[in-house]
Design a protein around this ligand. Structure first.
Ligand code: IMP
Ligand code: MG
Length: 172
């Protein structure tokens, strides 16, 4: 497989996740977290982030959604393809997603989960592309802001490939 130019290195990710872990611990102050992973893109970020929360009570759950359109562009039409296993009513939901780009995906998921009466609802993303935003999303924790570039690696795919790269790279 070809080598890609590194945008955010393994070391930078590791360092930032430690900081995010601290921010999240302070915010929840010993309360239990219902950590929801948005498949598939957030899977690697999720797995690394929850290990920075090892002294909190954390429950796992997963959902998946699809957005139709070109491969590098969200169409705005989002569909839930896998729902959570348990009810989030009365729980502190921490939604963990790979990126907030146009915002369509997160605003769609937020609406669905907030309607289920969680005790609290917060979003944590690894990346934010603010210049691409179409709808407003309240992201409480974010790893890195990036420019309008299509990234791969560390969970991010290009036609379902390259998710396994341990760093984040840019597709030219
Ligand atoms: P949004 O709905 O436009 O905010 O973005 C939703 C989804 O688009 C994300 O969950 C990613 O799966 C995907 N996405 C957005 N930007 C990128 C990128 O640069 N690389 C890979 N996937 C991306
Ligand atoms: Mg995604």
């Amino acid at each position: 497989m070809e080598k890609f130019e590194v945008l955010i290195s393994e070391e930078q990710i590791k360092q930032r996740l430690k900081e995010l872990g601290k921010e999240i611990k302070e915010f929840y102050n010993d309360e239990e977290i219902y950590a929801v992973c948005v498949l598939k893109g957030a899977s690697i970020f999720y797995a690394d982030l929850v290990r920075e929360l090892s002294d909190l009570d954390v429950r796992f759950d997963f959902l998946a959604c699809s957005s139709y359109g070109e491969s590098t562009e969200s169409s705005g039409v989002v569909k839930l393809t896998k729902d959570l296993d348990e009810s989030v009513e009365g729980r502190n939901v921490l939604l963990i997603e790979d990126i907030v780009d146009t915002g369509y995906t997160l605003s769609y998921i937020s609406k669905i989960l907030k309607d289920r009466n969680p005790k609290s609802f917060s979003i944590c993303t690894l990346l934010d592309k603010p210049s691409r935003r179409k709808v407003d999303v309240d992201v409480r924790f974010n790893g890195f802001e990036i420019e309008d570039k299509f990234v791969i690696g560390y969970g991010f795919d290009w036609n379902q490939k390259y998710r396994q790269l341990p760093y984040i790279s840019v597709v030219r």
